[in-house]
Design a protein around this ligand. Structure first.
Ligand SMILES: NC(=O)c1ccc[n+]([C@@H]2O[C@H](COP(=O)([O-])OP(=O)(O)OC[C@H]3O[C@@H](n4cnc5c(N)ncnc54)[C@H](OP(=O)(O)O)[C@@H]3O)[C@@H](O)[C@H]2O)c1
Length: 310
């Protein structure tokens, strides 16, 4: 073990847990500073924007959007920012109370669309509620997702099924059941991950599901050229529930491997800013129908953490 490397076997579990929480949550000092800056901007009357006092006007009044995964993390921030920009937003996820809280906080007439997107029945009910609330839709953002940490040798069919249903099948069913509401030129954006193509032991089912999601996006685009499909690749983002199903002990075991592979950035992005950036980029696409914004990549600036940072 080289100088500066940490032997996670010898690091007390509490300390390891803290490191992993720092990786995943807003307890990260850098992330907290960004959140503080975001709150200062919000308090000064601007929307979340770029977190640096962005006052650029974008008016999405008259536009209708559905955001899936709006009960937490990035999806919630996308829904809040679209609302702040004037769009009418359908907030979709399974936890109704969190959707209501988000809508109340966003301060305008959002529409709760409580649904589990992993079945046709769930998506059909969501589509029916959306059809009651909206004449048509200009934008759908699929920011839902399931994750977890498990080595391939231990990943049984049930585990794969949970991840693939949430990250591949569900997003396709969402589009299937909202198709009749989408206007020509409507934008359908789905959140992928920069883990695709970058080996990430323990997160392989998740990364494989996102690779499949990327193919799904390409194929929806080919079958429905009247719509605009966007792949939104996202890097490590704090202020979300992304790691809620992570096994802390296995994560601690794998942490040094992740550092060696350079998959953990020194500085993670924060959900409020990622969500606002996605909302504004897609909002701009709505205002410029002659451009197909096929790829959006959001990652934190700077290099990855190396074992010397542990
Ligand atoms: N955070 C990161 O570092 C990161 C990095 C790369 C990519 N991403 C991607 O970004 C997207 C947003 O992730 P996040 O970090 O914001 O995670 P998050 O806080 O866990 O949000 C996930 C959202 O998906 C919803 N959801 C999960 N399963 C669902 C289901 N079956 N039906 C309906 N809604 C469901 C959750 O709400 P309910 O539990 O209420 O249903 C929640 O609103 C995901 O696609 C994720 O893979 C995240």
């Amino acid at each position: 073990m080289g100088e500066g490397q940490v032997d996670l076997v010898r690091v007390p579990e509490a300390q390891v847990k803290e490191r992993i929480e720092v990786y995943g949550h807003e307890s990260n000092r850098t992330a907290q500073a960004a959140v503080d800056s975001h709150e200062r901007v919000s308090a000064s009357g601007a929307s979340a924007g770029n977190g640096q006092g962005d006052h650029v006007t974008m008016d999405l009044a008259g536009r209708n959007a559905v955001v899936v995964g709006a009960s937490s993390g990035i999806g919630r921030a996308v829904a809040a920012e679209l609302t702040a920009l004037g769009a009418r937003v359908g907030w979709c996820a399974r936890r109704a109370a969190l959707l209501e809280a988000g809508i109340a906080e966003a301060g305008r007439s959002g529409v709760p669309l409580t649904a589990d997107i992993t079945s046709d029945a769930g998506c059909a009910a969501m589509g029916a509620s959306a059809a009651t609330a909206f004449d048509s839709l200009d934008l759908v953002v699929v920011a839902s997702g399931a994750s977890g940490v498990r080595l391939l040798r231990d990943a049984e069919a049930d585990y794969w099924e949970r991840i693939l249903l949430a990250n591949v099948v569900g997003p396709s069913l969402v589009v299937r059941h909202l198709l009749d509401l989408l206007t020509p030129g409507a934008v359908v954006a789905m959140l992928s991950s920069e883990s695709v193509g970058h080996p990430y032991p323990g997160l392989v089912p998740y990364a494989a599901s996102k690779a499949a999601l990327e193919e799904l996006i390409r194929e929806w685009r080919a079958e429905h050229p009247e719509l605009r499909f966007s792949r939104v690749t996202v890097g490590t983002t704090s202020g979300t529930e992304f790691i809620r199903d992570f096994d802390p002990a296995l994560s601690a075991e794998l942490f040094n491997t992740w550092l060696s592979l350079g998959v953990i950035p020194q500085q993670s992005m924060v959900a409020s800013e990622v969500g606002a950036s996605i909302a504004r980029t897609l909002g701009h696409a709505l205002l410029v129908p002659g451009i197909d914004v096929q790829d959006i990549v959001l990652r934190s600036p700077g290099p990855a953490m190396s074992p010397s940072h542990a």
